[in-house]
Write a protein that binds this ligand. Structure first.
Ligand SMILES: [Zn+2]
Length: 236
């Protein structure tokens, strides 16, 4: 029985390792998706910032057109000024010209502000584009690593499968069935655990003295009454 338990423990090690690799492999596609979404995020930021620049440029052109219109208007007024006869009319037109001038001056301030904001935003875009190309490189490397690791994992899994087949052929079929049942219940946790100083190492609960004594005999398979795992003596 002791020898069979030893084989079972070996088998369990293989199963645990295989499970670990399977979990990693399952995470591969999620990892790859995460990398892609990082890239998409930067892409979206760039697109957004570019739309800001487009709007600012449009705003700038509108201001420019307004200024031109006002200049033309004032040019006309200046011409009209020459033909005016009364002082009142003259003063009123002069005031209109001044008003248009000050309007233009405030539009020009806005244009400068516009240009500043375009500059700032374009700087952000340049930084983001830099970040993007770095990210593309990094992601390419990371994807290569992930795929390489996955490939290794799959190979290792194949080896483990072969070892497992070999080892499971050495185990008594009834014992193997029981192992599989416990394994199913443990859902990836340990199914075969040592007992030390009468304590089950699966659940840390004390075994009844009689069961503990029986373990020394090594003549049959024993289960922990608390966690139902297969138990064996740690020291023999
Ligand atoms: Zn237990």
């Amino acid at each position: 029985m002791r020898e069979q338990i030893n084989i079972l423990v070996k088998l369990q090690k293989l199963d645990t390792e295989a499970l670990k690799i399977k979990t990693t492999l399952n995470n591969v596609s999620r990892k790859l998706e995460n990398l892609d979404s990082d890239l998409k995020e930067v892409e979206q930021t760039i697109t957004f910032q570019e739309s800001i620049v487009d709007n600012l440029k449009k705003e700038y052109r509108e201001y420019e057109a307004d200024v031109k219109l006002n200049l033309a208007r004032n040019k006309k007024s200046q011409e009209k000024l020459r033909s005016i006869k009364t002082n009142r009319e003259y003063q009123s037109l002069l005031k209109e010209i001044e008003d248009v001038k000050s309007k233009n001056s405030s539009i020009e301030d806005k244009m400068i502000e516009c240009l500043d904001r375009i500059d700032e935003t374009e700087k952000v875009i340049a930084e983001k584009k830099d970040e993007y190309s770095q990210l593309v490189d990094r992601i390419k490397r990371e994807k290569e690593n992930i795929n390489q690791e996955a490939e290794l994992g799959r190979k290792k899994l194949d080896e483990l499968d072969k070892d497992r087949e070999k080892i499971s052929g050495m185990i008594d079929s009834e014992l193997f069935k029981k192992y599989l049942v416990v394994k199913e219940q443990r859902q990836g946790g340990l199914s075969v655990v040592p007992v030390k100083d009468a304590v089950c190492h699966g659940c840390n609960v004390n075994l009844p003295p009689q069961l503990y004594n029986e373990l020394f005999r090594c003549d049959s398979l024993k289960f922990c009454p608390n966690c139902h795992r297969i138990i064996y003596l740690k020291e023999l």
